[in-house]
Design a binder for this molecule. Structure first.
Ligand SMILES: NC(=O)c1ccc[n+]([C@@H]2O[C@H](COP(=O)([O-])OP(=O)(O)OC[C@H]3O[C@@H](n4cnc5c(N)ncnc54)[C@H](O)[C@@H]3O)[C@@H](O)[C@H]2O)c1
Length: 254
């Protein structure tokens, strides 16, 4: 499939995990990919692998975000897809009983304020073109509660969900679609390392997944490509869950 021939996709957090897998997938389908990441080494490497551009930016900084979208538009002539995906889940964001205001604010800035900024600076290009697709990474924890709490993370993803829904409704008649993508737990290097050290911790989570496994980044990237493409032309303002059935499950198979 070459669904993105002649189109430009800006991907934040494109240096790693879901962002990198999506950069690869969209590039495979013909997109000009602009990788935006704080981590220069990872960002440059990903951009090299996809034959795209790397733009160094901190997604919590309005000027840097504006410059990243301007650069994409200047270099490639359009901003067709914005995959606003950069996010963090630091260990000091935990139960509300332990989480301090610093950790709370840092996670809100990187996970939620960044999405506000990216949408704000992508939309003018899309409005001018009369076309565009924005995919914002939320999480299944925006839909379901966890007793293994990361309180600011969860609240930030709830914010991403509400913001995406509102923008999807507001800009629908201008040809711009905005969706929240809500992955279930994904097999990223960090998660693998954590659960290799502590299998019980992994099991506590896996028992809730009907498939009995975590997602691979490529499986999330496939959903990103779908949502970003014209195949999803009647999908907007949605909470697009790619969670292996977690949110639909009561009792899972033995
Ligand atoms: N991994 C999971 O299980 C999972 C599940 C649901 C949702 N998510 C969400 O998916 C998104 C990607 O997660 P991942 O697991 O691929 O993460 P990751 O840590 O592998 O990649 C995140 C990337 O974002 C970049 N980044 C972090 N802060 C930044 C900033 N301020 N400015 C610019 N770039 C920044 C990092 O350098 C990194 O390259 C996040 O929003 C995360 O919350 C992940």
């Amino acid at each position: 499939m070459r669904r993105f021939e002649g189109r430009t996709a800006v991907i934040t957090g494109g240096g790693s995990g879901i962002g990198k897998a999506s950069a690869l997938r969209l590039a495979e389908e013909g997109a000009n990919v602009v990788v935006v990441d704080l981590d220069r080494e990872a960002g440059e490497q990903a951009a090299k692998e996809v034959g795209g551009r790397y733009v160094a930016a901190d997604v919590t900084d309005g000027d840097q975000v504006a410059a990243a979208f301007a650069e994409a538009n200047r270099d490639y002539g359009s901003v067709d897809v914005a995959f606003n995906n950069a996010g963090i889940s630091p260990p000091d964001d935990d139960s509300i009983l332990e989480t301090g205001l610093d950790a709370w604010r840092r996670v809100q800035e990187v996970n939620l304020t960044s999405v506000y900024l990216c949408c704000k600076h992508a939309l003018p290009y899309m409005r001018e073109q009369g076309r565009g697709s924005i995919v914002n990474t939320a999480s299944f924890v925006a839909t379901m509660g966890a007793a293994t709490s990361q309180i600011s993370y969860t609240a930030s993803k709830g914010g991403v969900l509400a913001l995406s829904r509102e923008l999807g409704v507001q800009f629908a008649r201008e040809g711009i679609r905005v969706n929240a993508l809500s992955p279930g737990p994904v097999n990223t290097p960090l998660l693998k390392e954590l659960f290799a050290k502590d299998p019980e911790r992994a099991q506590r989570r896996l028992v809730h997944v009907p498939f009995g496994r975590f997602a691979e980044p490529e499986e999330i990237a496939a959903a990103v490509a779908f949502l970003a493409s014209d195949d999803a032309s009647f999908i907007t303002a949605s909470n697009f869950l790619v969670d292996g059935g977690i949110s639909g499950a009561y009792v899972t198979p033995l």
